[in-house]
Design a protein around this ligand. Structure first.
Ligand code: DX5
Ligand code: ZN
Length: 218
């Protein structure tokens, strides 16, 4: 099975010193930097776009794991690719042509991910699974950090793990992840764990390495 990767979400960063936060996560052992892009339309919050993302690209060597909570999305894929994304994840619910969207990400030479909201069944992935590099199971309703983990997500992780089978595809979980539930999401098949508030709350860089280590050890 794949190694466990920890992906801190900069949605919980102190944006007044975003570059410092990204450098601190880099040295604290983050495997990926998780970047939450929100448009105030697909989700009820607005975060930032490719200009801000590009401004922090040089602050870390870690892959940028870009979670696009925007609709429509196809139009913006080249901009996120050019701004330094390594993995581009879109929501299955964000448009009527998921297959086309996945191909647009791959046409940019990036790894393609598909995310599912809590109410969306895993079966929607059946006919794109062979084309994607990552499945992201949302374990909260997207839009905000600091929400509680939805326990039903464990069922969906197991279903997604079964669908992935022997394919070389990451299974990521996002929302309400902490050292308290890291073990059970990993046991359900997740190998990429996103955590925002569990790592960044308080925005004290001295906390980041021990908090990342605590999730990894769990
Ligand atoms: C939610 C975002 C998450 C969020 C996670 O819409 O996709 O990445 O920042 O934050 P926590 O870990 O605090 O739930
Ligand atoms: Zn996210």
């Amino acid at each position: 099975s794949k190694p466990i990767r920890i992906a801190p979400s900069i949605l919980s960063a102190d944006f007044s010193r975003l570059g410092d936060e990204v450098r601190a996560l880099n040295s604290a052992g983050a495997d990926y930097i998780h970047i939450d892009v929100m448009d105030g339309h697909f989700v009820p919050n607005i975060s930032f776009g490719p200009i801000v993302m590009e401004s922090i690209r040089a602050q870390t060597t870690r892959p940028f794991d870009v979670h696009l909570m925007i609709a429509p999305v196809d139009l913006y894929i080249p901009a996120f690719a050019q701004a330094g994304a390594d993995i581009i994840t879109v929501h299955a619910e964000a448009g009527p042509h998921l297959h086309r969207t996945v191909q647009a990400i791959k046409a940019e030479g990036k790894r393609a991910g598909v995310s599912l909201n809590p109410a969306t069944p895993v079966g929607v992935l059946e006919h794109v699974i062979a084309d994607i590099d990552l499945v992201l199971i949302m374990s909260v309703n997207p839009g905000f950090g600091g929400q509680n983990f939805i326990p039903e997500s464990l069922v969906k992780l197991r279903q997604a793990r079964d669908l992935i089978g022997e394919r070389d595809i990451d299974l990521e979980v996002d929302g309400g992840i902490s050292a308290d539930n890291a073990r059970e999401v990993a046991a359900a098949g997740a190998n990429v764990l996103v955590a925002g508030s569990a790592i960044l709350s308080g925005n004290n860089p001295a906390h980041y390495a021990p908090r990342i280590a605590a999730i990894r050890d769990a």
